[in-house]
Design a protein around this ligand. Structure first.
Ligand code: OMP
Length: 281
């Protein structure tokens, strides 16, 4: 039986540091690397990032949209990259922001299951259809040692329009999302204190590093926080410390600010190492 995702993530972070690098091969970036916006360009970009970084960073986060837009052959590139990244020791967080109900949600979550041709370690999901809508994904994650990161307080400027809306009980939507995810991190699923360790929960939330202030209470989360918005969106390592302190299980994720240093593998590695050093300092 595979160890729970939270424990595996904590072990990866202990060995490699917390940095997650997003693989976002969008049109402009392919062009900046001198690659065509086609499947061959996609493959060369992806192979370069995985080859340069999968042996050293804790987590790689491919963005599914940039593979789906190239059709079935794009998905084959993603499938190969996921296998190569995991073989090199990186955890793979598939960024697809899935959200649906019942059997459809279960279908999306099958990407976490043993035997899936593109099995990943964790998946980003959207809670918009309600807390119960994500239960099938929670079940699949538990059964296969997978993890989920649920969108709670995202990094985009207008995120608060929905995420600050209030429930009848006065909590913001973002807070209700965090509280819901905290209930999934029960004693059997890690259920630690919100820091790194073998009991780090397998169910996390997304909270942007771009926030002016931390306007959700993470005390009951007991799982990891994925923090995007660093670099290109303006967030800094100082913002991370200001928002989350030093003791919380936070996975800072950077895409453009590392990917822009390619295609030279040494350049990619140097950019990731720079971020890792700044995050450690
Ligand atoms: O889930 C995410 O990764 C995510 C959540 C969020 O709140 N904001 C956010 O930018 N992201 C993702 O992070 C990537 C952009 O990273 P940067 O290029 O570093 O800004 C994209 O793939 C976004 O979908």
């Amino acid at each position: 039986m595979t160890d729970p995702f939270g424990a595996r993530l904590a072990a990866a972070v202990a060995g490699r540091g917390p940095l997650c690098v997003g693989i976002d091969p969008h049109r402009e970036l392919l062009g900046a690397w001198g690659l065509a916006d086609d499947v061959e360009g996609l493959r060369r970009f992806t192979d370069a990032v995985v080859g340069a970084l999968a042996g050293t960073v804790a987590v790689l986060k491919p963005q599914s949209a940039f593979y789906e837009r190239h059709g079935a052959r794009g998905l084959l590139v993603l499938e190969d990259a996921v296998a190569a990244a995991r073989a090199a020791g990186a955890l793979v967080l598939l960024d697809a922001k899935r959200g649906d109900i019942g059997s459809t949600m279960a279908g999306y979550a099958d990407v976490l299951a043993d035997g899936h041709p593109m099995q990943v370690d964790a998946l980003t999901v959207s809670p918009y259809l309600g807390p119960g809508s994500l239960e099938p994904a929670v079940r699949t994650a538990r059964a296969h040692g997978g993890g989920l990161f649920v969108l709670a307080r995202t990094s985009n400027p207008d995120a608060g329009t929905f995420q600050h809306a209030r429930l009848d009980d006065g909590r913001t939507v973002a807070q209700a999302v965090v509280d819901t995810v905290g209930t999934w991190n029960g004693d059997d699923d890690g259920g630690g204190d919100g820091g790194w360790g073998p009991r780090t929960g397998s169910f996390g939330v997304v909270v942007g590093a771009t926030l002016a202030e931390l306007d959700v209470d993470l005390a009951g989360l007991r799982g990891p926080v994925l923090a995007p918005g660093l670099g290109a969106q303006g967030g800094t390592p100082g913002d991370l410390r200001r928002l989350f302190g030093a003791d919380r299980a936070v996975v800072p994720t950077v895409s453009r600010d590392v990917l822009g240093a390619g295609p030279d593998p040494a350049g990619l590695r140097a950019a990731a190492e720079r971020w890792a050093a700044e995050l450690a300092g």
